[in-house]
Design a protein around this ligand. Structure first.
Ligand SMILES: Cc1cc2nc3c(=O)[nH]c(=O)nc-3n(C[C@H](O)[C@H](O)[C@H](O)COP(=O)(O)OP(=O)(O)OC[C@H]3O[C@@H](n4cnc5c(N)ncnc54)[C@H](O)[C@@H]3O)c2cc1C
Length: 408
């Protein structure tokens, strides 16, 4: 079997590594001309993401990038500490949360792919695909074509593959918040090694962590109107800083000092997510990662979900009698979990219009009911932890009736 993977981001490269481990031939086709010189954002990878990475031998390499987080402290706008809690699976160094730049994660995954001889081709912008009984043909912007047995759409929230599996899929929607993020070595906010600080401000939700090298990584989510592309590209870091600071100044937290100490490395983006993508697959195409189920950033789980996708897909193809069964099984196992994450993240994104969030919840509930014939999805997220560990464990075959995992 040969699989064409469209998109060399987190989902695409991780899928390539997991599928390669399952003995499947893959090639990755990435639109970006270089190695994806990044827009500068950083991520936290959660324990479930690290567990997924371990299944295809990439956890150690990723753990070598960025720094670990083992606790989270929440402080209110008046400066009093609300709670301090351990973060994830702290016992195993390879399961600890990691904080790293998206570019660092991408570089590590691509390096792993290169070391395993997996072809990653840059500058190949996918535009269209046609499928027939024998296979699928991908077409690229330069006129070239590529033939495979299956095509994976791992091309992110603005996926070009998505309209081919679901012509009626809604476009990504604004989640009601803009996200500022930046880096500074000029601030010295209160911190402890391995602790991420969450500041519940009067007009923002901010988080920061200080790397072992003394660099403060921070983000701030602010409810506001959607920014146009022209505003984003036409506004300087200093102007963004001046817009953000008045929202932080009234609070008795280090938020304003951190932002004031940030110079050029300050960026902003719109938080977006996807409502339900009804059809993830055709006979020979399948969506993975943000292309299928992008959530707004509040739960910090999008990358970890993409890493889980990679493992469950590779195991489904490895353990199923045929491709159709594998794709059906993959979707059955993944859909409840990733859609729950979209809903949870929307809940944590306060300015989203209530009617819109309710629609997402109602859609999810209605689909769950029509599939399962019961009153609605269970609300507990923890009940599925053991099932998730089994689903991800490379050496545990996926039984035919393996349960779907809820939660996010
Ligand atoms: C502000 C912000 C903060 C976030 N914080 C976190 C966090 O802390 N933790 C976390 O887990 N997640 C976080 N996320 C979510 C996370 O970034 C995404 O879930 C993750 O990047 C999804 O990976 P992906 O590979 O599916 O998509 P992407 O990372 O978008 O990769 C898609 C790839 O496909 C390529 N591509 C696109 N179109 C084409 C085409 N036509 N042909 C070929 N290639 C194409 C792109 O160039 C890109 O390389 C955050 C997101 C945002 C916006």
């Amino acid at each position: 079997m040969r699989i064409l993977i469209i998109g060399g981001g987190i989902a695409g490269t991780a899928a390539a590594l997991a599928l390669d481990k399952a003995g499947i031939e893959v090639s990755v086709h990435e639109a970006h001309p270089g190695s994806g010189a990044d827009i500068g954002a950083f991520l936290t990878l959660a324990s479930n993401g690290m567990l997924a990475l371990a299944q295809f031998g990439a956890a150690e390499a990723v753990a070598g990038a960025g720094f670990e987080l083992t606790a989270m402290r929440l402080t209110g706008d008046k400066g009093s500490v609300v709670s301090t809690v351990p973060l994830g699976e702290t016992g195993d160094p390879l399961r600890r949360f990691r904080c790293l730049r998206r570019a660092e994660l991408g570089a590590v995954l691509r390096q792993e792919a290169a070391s395993r001889g997996i072809p990653v081709r840059y500058g190949e912008r996918f535009v269209w695909a046609t499928e027939d009984e024998d296979g699928v043909t991908a077409r690229f912007a330069d006129g070239s074509t590529e033939r495979g047995d299956l095509l994976l759409g791992a091309d992110g929230i603005h996926s070009v593959v998505r309209p081919l599996t679901d012509p009626d899929a809604a476009r990504p929607r604004y989640a009601g918040q803009r996200v500022f993020y930046g880096y500074t070595t000029e601030a010295a906010p209160p911190n402890e090694p391995g602790r991420i600080e969450m500041l519940r401000g009067s007009s923002s939700a901010m988080g920061y962590a200080v790397s072992p090298a003394g660099e403060t990584f921070w983000f701030a989510r602010v409810s506001a109107e959607e920014l146009s592309d022209a505003e984003i590209s036409g506004t300087t870091p200093a102007e963004w800083r001046d817009q953000l600071l008045p929202l932080l100044r009234p609070d008795s937290t280090p938020a304003a000092d951190i932002v004031a100490a940030t110079d050029g490395r300050l960026m902003v983006t719109n938080a977006r997510d996807l409502s339900t993508v009804t059809r993830w697959r055709t006979a020979r195409m399948l969506l993975v990662g943000d292309a299928a189920h992008a959530a707004s950033p509040a739960t910090g789980q999008g990358a970890s979900m993409a890493l889980e996708d990679a493992v469950v897909l590779a195991k489904s193809l490895r353990d199923s009698p045929d491709t159709a069964t594998a794709l059906e099984r993959y979707e059955r196992l993944r859909r409840p979990r990733v859609e729950r994450n979209i809903v949870n993240s929307a809940r944590l994104t306060p300015r989203r219009a209530p009617s819109r969030m309710q629609r997402t919840l109602d859609n999810y509930r209605a689909r769950w009911k029509s599939r399962n014939g019961a009153a609605g999805p269970p609300s507990s997220a923890s009940a599925g932890d053991e099932e998730l560990a089994l689903q991800l464990d490379w050496d545990t075959p996926l039984p035919d009736d393996s349960p779907a995992v809820q939660g996010g």
